[in-house]
Every structure is written in C-alpha cells, then in structure tokens.
Design a protein around this ligand. Structure first.
Ligand code: PLP
Length: 394
C-alpha cells in the first residue's frame, strides 16, 4: 500500500531577492533550464561547452584557455582554485577583513598550506602598504584576496598594485570575484590576476550549480610542477582538463541543466555588453545609496570602496535589525540580509545584483525599507530619501 505523505505541490513564493545572493533569475534562464537533456558527450553539448567557455572569457575579460564552469556552487570553484594551486608547505597569504577570507584560510589549510595574514578591519579593503609588508615578512607563494566582500560590502581597490607586489615576489594571485563578476568592473588579464573564481547566483542571476573559474599560464605552470597529487579527485584541474580540454573524455557527468542555465545567463551579459552592465549596477545602486543617505542613514563603506553590488547600510540607532529583515520578508516579499561576524547587528546587506538590479526593485526597496524603519521608530526622513532615489532614477 502506498503511504500518503500529504506533500503538496511545489509552489514557492515569488520573492524580490535583494540579499547577498541568490538574486532573481531572468525568465530566459529559467526557460533554458526546462529544455531537454542531451548526453554530456553529445556533439550538441560539446558545442554548448565551447560557447559557455567563450562567454566566460568575455565576462572575465580574459584570454585564458583554461576557463570553465566548475560543477557546484561558488565554494566549489573556490576550492578548485585553492586545492590545485596550494601545495603542502606553501605559504598562503589571506585577508582577515571579512567572512570569505576566513573560508579561503580553511581551504588553503586543508590543501596543506601554511597560513599568514594581511589584516584590515571588517568593512574595509586591504591597504597596499599592508600587503607589501606582509610579503616582506612572510614571502608567501600564494596571495588570495576578495574583490567584492559580500559579508561587509567593501570593494577591494588598487588590484593592479596588489598583483604587482605579488608578481615581483613570484607569488600566484587568487581572486574571489563571486560578487563582482558581471556586476562591477573586473579585468582579469589587465589587472594581472592569475586565478579568479566566481558564482552563478550573484551578479550573473543564475541558479547556483555551475561556477566560473579561470587560470592563466603562470598558475597552470605552478600546478604542473606539483610534487603531490591534488587532494581532491573531483576538483583536480588536471583531470577536469580531460573533459573541458581537447580530449573531451568523461571525468564526471557535467550538470547539464546548470550549464544550459549559465550559458543563457552569460548570453544575457554579452547582449547587454559587460561595460553597460557595470554601468547599470553603478547607476541603480547609486540611486539606492543616495536615497538611503538622504533619509539620514549612513552607508558602512566610504565612497572609495563602496560596493554597488552589495550595499552595507548601517542600522540606525535603536532599530532592531532582525525585526526589519523579518518584516520586509513577511509583508513585502522582499529579501535582504543582516550583518555577519564583526558587523552582526550593525549593518543591513542589500544586494543590487544582475536581474534584480532594476529601477522597480530599487524604488520598491526604498519604500518598504523606509516604512519598516519608521515602524521601528527610527528618526529618518523617508520622503527625502524617496525623492532623492526617484530623482536619480529619472
Ligand atoms: C557567495 C560567496 C561565496 C560562496 O559561494 P557559494 O555559492 O555560497 O558556495 C564565496 N565568496 C564570496 C565573496 C561570496 O559572496
């Protein structure tokens, strides 16, 4: 006899996703995901793979041959970078200015790396002099940094200066570009980034499942010279190259539907034009930022390192951030997030990413956020904020 489990139809609410990811998915991407499967070695799929790689190179601004979508979420692409580039005994320099620097540390350590730190407070970028000093003191083999810190809303500037220091010291640079790829200016080749990884569900507005990764020749050389095997079989870039490289032989079954999805999401990036896309994020996030400031609320990041794709807004005096986030979800169907770690209870995190970055969402957010803060008794000028946002959106 069949047991009736009383499980209903899948009918998720239609949220407006303005948190730290996922962002809302474009209907064309959802449509691509409902198309028929083909085999992962079908000639049709091999063509799809090549096109996806070409689109990834366009979006990363790189000519790197080794540019692939890694099976899994952003952390899988991140682990692929650390597990292959870091060899047991390597010294790895990681940042302390946010949540994802800590994750870098965990992954580098598991790969056998000796960890050293370059410090900056949560919510601030790394300073060039601090990185230079860390190189003098520790001569690391690998230097990792987070381009767009989703936990704090800080954008790492002076990237070319950081990579120059690393290269003068013959170190490989790994950049976390999960919240910058397709949202804020990023130039992998021009800026001298050796390895960059990203995620699908942030500024690319694609469901998580296949995650961008690119490596240049210097990084591949370091990997080829390894004396020990990569500790991960699944993420071994040498083995993966059997499938993504010229041979096209089986390693693991590609997540076919996720590749369809990211190909469509990247096609949208290409149609819009990458520079136009950076400009759109900047313009819409500016309307949000100056509206919030006109309400009398402070942004957490200074102008020079404000991150358009993730806006860290300081929680006004006397306001309970938990209530605000809850009210926005329950009453307005709008997702934003609270602060983490050192910034817990101190900031709201408001994403302005990909398909979610549009005038409708920005003005809706301003209205709902203003109203929720007023309900919490915050002394803010909602009207001035809305007027400023509308003025900027015109
Ligand atoms: C989201 C995120 C990750 C991890 O990606 P997942 O898809 O959650 O595995 C890594 N780094 C940064 C900066 C992120 O924002």
């Amino acid at each position: 006899m069949t047991k009736n489990l009383q499980i209903g139809d899948l009918n998720p609410p239609t949220r407006i996703l303005m948190g730290p990811g996922p962002s809302n998915v474009h209907p064309r991407v959802l449509r691509a995901m409902s198309t028929p499967l083909v085999g992962h070695l079908d000639p049709y799929f091999l063509q799809i793979m090549e096109e996806t790689q070409e689109l990834l190179r366009y979006t990363f601004r790189t000519k790197n041959e080794y540019t692939i979508p890694v099976s899994g979420t952003g952390s899988a692409a991140m682990e692929a970078a650390f597990a292959n580039v870091v060899e047991p005994g390597d010294t790895v320099l990681v940042p302390t200015n946010g949540y994802f620097g800590k994750r870098m540390e965990s992954m580098a350590m598991r790969a056998g790396g000796e960890i050293v730190h370059v410090d900056a407070p949560w919510g601030e970028p790394l300073q060039v002099e601090e990185v230079a000093r860390a190189f003098e003191e520790n001569s690391p083999d690998v230097f990792a940094f987070v381009h767009a810190e989703t936990s704090t809303g800080a954008l790492q500037h002076s990237v070319e200066e950081l990579t120059s220091i690393a290269h003068e010291n013959e170190a490989i640079v790994i950049a976390d570009t999960v919240t910058s790829l397709g949202g804020v200016e990023l130039e992998v080749d021009k800026w001298g980034i050796d390895v960059a990884y990203s995620g699908a569900q942030k500024c690319l507005s694609c469901p998580p499942g296949a995650s961008p990764l690119t490596l240049n020749e210097s990084a591949l050389e370091k990997i080829e010279k390894r004396e020990t095997l990569c500790r991960s079989w699944y993420l071994d870039l040498g083995l993966l190259n059997g499938y993504w490289g010229d041979d096209r032989t089986y390693h693991h079954t590609a997540p076919i539907t996720s590749i369809y999805a990211i190909r469509e999401a990247l096609r949208l990036v290409n149609e819009e034009g990458i520079e136009n896309r950076w400009e759109r994020h900047l313009r819409l996030a500016s309307a949000l930022k100056s509206g919030v400031e006109a309400m009398g609320i402070e942004m957490n990041a200074k102008e020079e390192y404000w991150l358009p794709s993730l806006n860290a807004i300081r929680v006004p005096e006397g306001v309970d951030d938990i209530n605000v986030v809850k009210l926005l979800l329950q009453k307005y169907n709008l997702e934003i997030a609270r602060g983490l770690g050192d910034l817990s209870g101190k900031i709201f995190r408001v994403g302005c990413m990909g398909h979610s970055a549009n005038a409708h969402n920005i003005s809706y957010f301003m209205m709902a956020f203003g109203s929720a803060l007023q309900k919490e008794g915050a002394a803010i000028d909602v009207k001035a904020g809305l007027e400023e946002t509308y003025r900027k959106l015109e």
